[in-house]
Design a protein around this ligand. Sequence first.
Ligand code: EPZ
Length: 416
Amino acid sequence: MDKIVIEGGYPLEGEVVISGAKNAALPLIASALLAGGVHVFDNVPDLVDIKTLLKLLDYMGARSSRNGKRLEIDTRGADKCEAPYDLVRTMRASVLVLGPLLARFGQARVSLPGGCAIGARPINLHLKALEKMGVKIDLEQGYVIARVDELKGAPVYFDVVSVTGTENVMMAAALARGTTVIKNAACEPEVAALADYLGKMGARIKGAGTDTIVIEGVSELRSGHYNIIPDRIEAGTYMIAAGLTGGDLFLRNCQAGHLQAAIAKLREAGLVIDVDSDGMRVRRNGPIRSVDVKTQPYPGFPTDLQAQMVVLMTMGNGLSVITETIFENRFMHVGELQRMGADIIVEGRSAIIRGSGNLLAAPVMATDLRASASLILAGLVAEGKTEVSRVYHLDRGYERLEEKLSSVGARIWRVK
Ligand code: EPZ
């Protein structure tokens, strides 16, 4: 298993180009199943999760080819309506094929994703919504067996905001008979990006990006071409890296509009953030101020930046309370940070961090994607050489992380 070693204490300076958004690319790739044809996506990040989903589509009979950041997916040959456990368990977003398979083929056999480090991650709300649209759902040996003669548009209400739940229903509804109204829909930019592409395919969708989405089913869709939005979580991670190391970074190709809550909170914490047409300049001006954070569905502070924010607050000038409201077990990074000398206690859904201004290098272990990113950030400021193991978690969601960090002055390298 690879390890990443970081020697702390070097301010990051220079320019980082932000890659395409993982959490936009995944539903977009799944949506290619809705219409047999050649779908073309640009600005596709080179990530393990993308490779995993393409392996799944390949298993179903689709064919894909990559040329740099361009991805072409030919779904004319897709006819196997199954997502096996060994593929789904490594990447739960595979559940995103459920809606498209039902819409195009009227059937699907998809493994239940199972939990992961950050929580049980059920898909009960996806299934409840699909049943409202006429889908018959059985659960057998850990698989969802779903069948429907004709998907019907229906009013769907999500008890809790679900990003992939909203995306699954939107894709199924695009080819249903009649109108679907999704209430308490996820407002994430990645949901709006998917709706954009579905619109290019011929779907009739209004309200994506708000909490009420209206989809008028059509009889068929056709393949199209889409340029993927930048990854706001990757951008937020580098913003925090600039603040932590006292550096000065220009983040190219990121959309400040997708990061309003994070920008407001980081400015409160003492970062100077200048937004211009093709990116953001982020640096630190004076000490880091301890601030309180509460993760919320978009447009609130993103849960995917919570672990990174905890690291920044270890450098704060007082007490910070960070509350995680989305997932039930997303403080796995705290134990590892405590090994680096961080003064943090977890009380229920909150982490209370007493800023101390210094972390000490230690061997630490990554547990999930964003926790591993936070350990890399801690290594950038800890005294000495920090070793992060199980970095395969990182490769799922960050494109060429050590390359991008070294190019702006970090002392970081991968050990096979
Ligand atoms: C998406 O996951 C993202 N993944 C996650 O990013 C992100 O953390 C999450 O949204 C929240 O923003 C992708 O988009 C591929 P949810 P998703 O359904 O859709 C509960 C990363 O690091 N829930 O919005 O799986 C659920 O347990 C990943 O890139 C149900 O109870 O998350 C959670 O507590 C991690 N029943 C809450 O809702 C359901 O049927 C939000 O989950 C569905 C969800």
